[in-house]
Design a protein around this ligand. Structure first.
Ligand code: NDP
Length: 281
């Protein structure tokens, strides 16, 4: 039976450590702050944004959510980002994705000052990750690496397989695993014989967005299985991994909910605190 990588427990420990760092900054007269821009009324985005605000509150950080109507134009959005870039109350700026279809996501993200890009999606931060330089690392991949490290999962020389090649999860986690000396395979919707790849994985990351997509027959005995997926089936959350069956076979597994998602939020808090610490220096 797999060891559970409990995001709730790990996230609570990270938040305790961050609280100390926030208090230390506050003692110097600096309160870290996060500004979140939410365009439109996507229900899932509303939940994520609320949780981000709660995370800031828990740490005693400044947080503000700028709610814009769904028909906001690009110019208005970019003007608000510009204003936040110049606002010293905020060390972090986050544009909640996805944006409504008429808006240019790439252009909006490019407007955020790289040092305030606490999501790590700005091309400068993505480029730094790909060239091994110090930059802001995207929260979900950063959280996954934290979980693997805390659990003591050996990575050097291991086969890591990532299912999914998005800019926010698949590509950056593949790069981080490569940096950690894994041999990395990235799979996607055009991959032939997917199970042949996944059965070879010592570390398997599923970032697909399809409920219970990874079944036990696709998993190597003893593998570390990281489930990034957040899917809703009959009103209940489930991941991309068929949890019960895969847990019988894997060495480590993350649950959904209570796994990677919990880490994502606290890594956002960590990136914001780190941005404030860098500025304080
Ligand atoms: P995307 O939709 O951007 O990417 C999904 C990836 O899965 C694509 O690369 C796609 O391939 C691949 N894929 C789709 N179908 C198949 C298939 N049949 N076989 C193999 N690969 C397939 O999603 P995201 O990366 O943004 O998110 C993935 C999941 O993670 C979602 O459920 C999302 O909600 C969740 N998520 C969770 C977070 C958390 O904090 N826990 C944070 C971010 C996302 P192709 O490129 O060829 O289309």
């Amino acid at each position: 039976m797999a060891q559970l990588l409990d995001g709730k427990i790990m996230a609570a420990a990270v938040m305790d450590e961050l609280k100390i760092r926030v208090d230390a900054l506050k003692a110097k007269g600096i309160t870290p702050g996060l500004a979140v821009i939410l365009v439109g009324d996507d229900p899932a985005s509303q939940v994520y944004v609320r949780n981000k605000g709660l995370g800031c509150e828990q740490l005693g950080m400044t947080s503000e959510t700028i709610r814009l109507p769904g028909d906001t134009d690009q110019e208005t959005l970019e003007k608000i980002i510009d204003e936040l870039n110049g606002d010293d109350r905020f060390n972090g700026i986050l544009v909640q994705l996805p944006l409504p279809k008429h808006l240019d996501e790439t252009a909006a993200l490019a407007k955020i000052l790289p040092e305030k890009d606490v999501d790590g999606f700005h091309i400068e931060n993505a480029g730094k990750l790909f060239t091994g330089q110090d930059g802001v690392v995207a929260c979900t991949p950063k959280g996954i690496m934290y979980m693997l490290e805390k659990a003591g999962v050996e990575l050097t020389g291991k086969n890591a397989v990532v299912i999914g090649r998005s800019n926010i999860v698949g590509k950056p986690i593949a790069m981080l695993l490569l940096d950690a000396n894994c041999t990395v395979t990235i799979c996607h919707s055009r991959t032939k014989n997917l199970a042949e790849h996944t059965r070879n994985a010592d570390v398997l990351v599923a970032a697909v967005g399809r409920p219970r997509f990874v079944t036990a027959d696709m998993v190597k005995e003893g593998a570390a299985v990281i489930d990034v997926g957040i899917n809703r089936v009959d009103g209940k959350l489930c991941g991309d991994v068929d949890f019960d069956a895969v847990a019988e076979k894997a060495g480590y597994i993350t649950p959904v909910p209570g796994g990677v998602g919990k880490m994502t939020i606290c890594m956002l808090m960590m990136n914001t605190v780190e941005a404030a610490e860098k500025k304080a220096k």
